[in-house]
Design a protein around this ligand. Structure first.
Ligand code: DQQ
Length: 490
């Protein structure tokens, strides 16, 4: 049933069936990339979560592996929630949140050399309770790294009446942990749930890393910042990924600036990153659905894994993102348009619902470019990507207008937008369209979302308001990744 759904992506990773959410334990181990994920094979809803597992040699096509972790009698009897993979002196080791009776505690599992079978540690849960005397909102998800001769761990949380936080721990063996203290406490009284950069009452899936050179805890020769990524959460009101740049040292994080990680908000949620063997920081995130719970169950599947993104430091000290170049091997039929002054509307001649579109343009002050994708051709349906340059100032705006993205009245069509720094109006725009998944990168700023066209159209048009120059335009159809034997499909 799920495979018959025309809105199910074909070159993004999706679970064989049922429900997928957060990326977990992302790594490259002995050359092979591993992607674990929050998984419910029983149906397209979040319940009794397992760890699904897939492997890849190129970050493009994925082979399903047997389920890695499953709830069992004990501290994870109700679910194996999010966590990470670390290399414990050659032994692959998972640190994850075991769920029992509506609360989560840190658990450990040790893997076979091929990372396919996992044995839970007899010491589970390895931390018996959250810090005493603190009124917490939640306590789960892990970031674990080696610092000198010790392990350090962050557990995401929040302090009632104050804001989100992450508790820092230390260990010699990943089994016995000493509490150090809160790494940093957010201030939930700043802003409100309506703000796209509100830091929430709980931080899910914290991910702390050094951007640039050096490793956590060392003094960076070149001033490279540390980055604390978290998914700001507040029961039913807030779900979006943010990051602080700053400095982690002496058991604390000194924040410098707060940034939105992806302008799609909950459509790129719970990201997790790792350093691959080539030294690239690669990030995955969960593309949530924008359709109703009932529509997901009906479709038989829910949740898309983002394309892997290379994460680098921009000149202005913020993060910038690009899909891994390996994805270019999926490119098929190519359309290229010569540079020109753009005025009015231009039918690019490109059609398809699996596309990679790349263009460079120079916007004059006060101009707006509209790139319409997934269009029915008659105007009934199209998903609009807008780039505008203000009449003054160097920061433009990227906006996704989904008002006409679907004739289905039940799907989410809310606007998404965010700032895009540009020099002299120059913008490099990359758009990956995969049926219902859309990943946009404008000068390295991502906006990820979902769209649910009903008419099956794939027209791509450009239109200009004000004056602008199209410097290059290339589009390719994108092949299916196949995804290996979907043996777990019911
Ligand atoms: N999803 C997991 C949690 C995490 C949340 C449960 C984020 O561990 O906090 O499936 O989407």
């Amino acid at each position: 049933r799920a495979e018959a759904d025309p809105l199910r992506p074909r070159f993004h990773f999706v679970s064989p069936a049922g429900w997928l959410n957060d990326p977990n334990g992302v790594c490259q181990w002995d050359g092979t990339y591993h992607l674990f994920y929050q998984y419910n094979p029983e149906g397209a809803f979040h319940h009794r979560i397992l760890w699904g597992h897939a492997t890849s040699t190129d970050l493009v096509s994925w082979t399903d592996q047997p389920v890695a972790l499953e709830p069992s009698a004990g501290p994870d009897a109700d679910g194996c929630w999010s966590g990470v993979l670390v290399n414990d002196g050659g032994t692959p080791t998972l640190v994850y949140s075991g769920r029992l009776d509506e609360r989560e505690l840190p658990c450990v599992a040790v893997g076979s050399p091929d990372l396919s079978t996992w044995t839970k540690a007899p010491e589970n849960p390895v931390i018996a309770a959250p810090p005493a005397g603190v009124d917490i909102t939640a306590y789960r998800d892990h970031c674990v790294w080696r610092e000198g001769s010790r392990w350090r761990q962050l557990v995401g949380s929040g302090i009632r009446g104050r804001g989100g936080t992450a508790f820092l721990y230390e260990s010699a063996d990943l089994r016995s942990w000493d509490y150090v203290g809160p790494l940093f406490i957010g201030d939930a009284s700043q802003g409100s749930p309506a703000n796209t950069d509100w830091t929430g009452t709980m931080w899910e899936c914290v991910d702390l890393f050094r951007a640039g050179s050096g490793s956590l805890g060392s003094e960076p020769a070149d001033g490279s910042p540390d980055v604390l990524v978290f998914s700001a959460w507040d029961d039913g009101r807030t779900h979006h990924p943010l990051y602080w740049t700053g400095r982690y040292s002496a058991d604390a994080f000194e924040p410098a600036a707060l940034h939105r990680l992806d302008y799609g908000g909950r459509y790129f949620y719970a990201p997790q990153s790792f350093l691959d063997e080539a030294g690239r920081r690669i990030m995955f995130g969960w593309l949530q659905e924008g359709r109703t719970d009932a529509a997901m169950v009906e479709a038989g599947w829910s949740g898309v894994m983002s394309l892997p993104r290379v994460t680098t430091l921009a000149d202005d000290g913020t993060l910038q993102f690009a899909p891994v170049p390996e994805l270019e091997k999926l490119r098929g039929n190519h359309t290229s348009l010569p540079g020109r002054v753009l005025a009015g509307t231009l039918d690019t001649g490109v059609t398809g619902n699996q596309l990679d579109i790349e263009l460079d343009l120079q916007l004059a002050p006060g101009s707006v470019l509209r790139l319409a994708i997934l269009g029915s051709g008659d105007g009934a349906e199209e998903t609009r990507i807008e780039l505008s340059r203000p009449a003054d100032g160097a920061v433009g705006l990227l906006r996704l207008d989904r008002t006409r993205s679907s004739l289905d009245a039940s799907v989410d069509k809310e606007d998404r937008s965010g700032p895009v720094p540009m020099t002299d109006g120059h913008v490099h725009l990359r758009v990956l369209v995969d049926r219902s998944a859309v990943e946009i990168f404008a000068n390295g700023r991502p906006l990820t979302a979902r769209a649910y066209p009903t008419l099956g159209g794939g027209h791509v048009t450009l239109s200009a308001t004000g004056s602008m120059r199209l410097l290059s335009f290339d589009a390719w159809t994108m092949a299916d990744i196949g995804g290996g034997a979907r043996t777990l499909f019911p």
